[in-house]
Design a protein. Sequence first.
Length: 168
Amino acid sequence: MLRWNFNKWYSLLAGLIYFMYAYNARIYEGARLLNYLDLTVNFGLIMLISIWIVSKSTVESILEFLILFTTILYLFVLHSYVTYVDISYYFIQEYIGTPFVSLEKINLIPFYTIYNNLFGTVVAPVTIIQTIGNFFLLLPLAFALLSLGLLTNKYKVSFDNTIYYIVY
């Protein structure tokens, strides 16, 4: 039987593949230094998270390697669509508004917003779709955390993903 010996660190090539795609998509002729800074900072943040995941994961088979590789690629794609930080915006935009945050807008009660969105006095279909969509966006992360051995308690995985959803 042919035995495949994959080093788990090769899974970081998924980040490099995504970086080449993002470079071709976001950097154009005449791009400014801030565009390069956007790409570098966002890529660096997710790469640090990916390195941590790879260092903590246990990969003993090809299937686990493929799960790790796709998880890292998933993190990069998810970040580019959901939480991409446009750093150049903070340098070129002029701030017009108050520098103070109203205390009424800060929510420190877990699940309060989700509960109001689903069972409040005014239930909009958009908020239901958004809540369910966010839940499904985090399912691959929960699967990867369990299958790669980063977390072993199913309750903790579901709780951590819920907290991640509330924070973002």
